[in-house]
Design a protein around this ligand. Structure first.
Ligand SMILES: N[C@@H](CC(=O)O)C(=O)O
Length: 331
């Protein structure tokens, strides 16, 4: 019998590892299962891969932070160096998009890296976690999954870890394709890709092998009458960069732009102008208020924050930061 591929599974917590008090409960549940519990609950995984596992964290993903991301980065890097043919990460869906985007920019390997979550706790009727986990492991064992960057798998869909974003707090199909579309689907135990392996515009690599923390970057959300004092408060709290979730195509108030210019001139804190709209883009033309103003392009605020953290950590000049962001809306 052929040897099964060695796959490493990292547990981070989330709904996939959660339990409620009734089978109709789909909110207000608590994390209560380990990664071993999840693997043991899917016996057919033994026919798919030789699994090893590590519990990196076991919390709701709202509680994850840069130190968790750095620990996960180091664990995945070690697994790939250690001969594993693929990696699966079980993770809360609330912040999967930050983790998958971060890993796309920092993990230097073409081996399959699949991130999986669930929208219903393990105790719910028709819980989705175990099928999602099975599909994630199966995708991680496939040669066809190589060279595609991190993949986010839920609800029979295979999404790009670079682009995907959560659009609903309850829907099973919360990770919708948006402008970029899904990469493939999984049905009846078969993977069906829509494209050959390719990386998106804007895929770039940051070497974080020697760092133990990421710079503080704070996101501010636009609202009518927004208080420009929040910009100064963010800098006082230690922000080395700001991201604005702006109106429409990245619009911000005049008073707010003046404050952002002020903290750039006085403290060298740059601001990425992103958008609070679910889709859309911020063109360079809407981020020319001062030298330290950067257009996020397509990137939403939570992803723009990750990219700005990595640029600041790499000591990029503002010109290099602008180039890094503009490469995302390529062509
Ligand atoms: N409801 C979220 C909770 C979390 O992100 O931890 C989930 O789907 O996993």
């Amino acid at each position: 019998m052929d040897l099964l591929p060695k796959i490493k599974v990292f547990g981070m917590g989330g709904t996939i590892a959660s339990k409620g008090t009734s089978n109709s409960q789909t909110a207000g549940y608590k994390v209560g299962l380990t990664i071993k519990d999840l693997i043991d609950a899917v016996p057919s995984l033994k026919e798919v891969a030789e699994l090893d596992y590590l519990q990196v964290a076991n919390v709701g993903s709202k509680l994850l932070n840069s130190s968790h991301l750095l620990r996960l980065y180091a664990s995945i890097t070690e697994a790939f160096k250690g001969g594993f043919k693929g990696v699966v990460v079980t993770h809360g869906t609330d912040t999967i998009e930050e983790t998958s985007f971060f890993l796309d920019l920092t993990i230097k390997s073409d081996l399959p890296l699949v991130i999986v979550g669930a929208m219903r706790p393990s105790t719910a009727n028709s819980a989705d976690g175990l099928m999602n986990l099975y599909q994630a492991v199966k995708i991680a064992t496939s040669e066809s999954s190589k060279g595609r960057g991190p993949l986010v798998v839920l609800n029979d869909r295979i999404a790009s870890g670079f682009w995907t974003t959560k659009v609903s707090g309850f829907a099973l199909d919360t990770f919708r394709p948006g402008e970029q579309g899904f990469l493939g689907v999984f049905q009846n135990n078969q993977i069906e890709w829509y494209y050959p392996p390719i990386r998106p515009y804007g895929h770039q690599y940051f070497d974080i092998s020697k760092i133990n923390e990421l710079p503080e970057v704070i996101i501010l959300y636009a609202y009518q009458g927004l208080n420009a004092g929040l910009i100064y408060s963010a800098v006082e709290l230690g922000a080395k960069g700001l991201v604005f979730a702006g109106f429409g195509a990245g619009h911000w108030t005049d008073e707010g732009n003046n404050a952002a210019r002020d903290v750039w001139v006085k403290y060298g804190v740059p601001t990425v102008y992103s958008h609070r709209t679910v889709e859309g883009s911020v063109p360079v033309a809407n981020a020319t208020h001062f030298d330290g103003a950067i257009a996020s392009g397509i990137l939403n605020p939570q992803k723009a924050r990750i990219l700005l953290q990595l640029c600041i950590n790499a000591r990029y000049s503002v010109i290099e930061i602008k180039k890094s962001f503009s490469s995302v809306y390529g062509g």
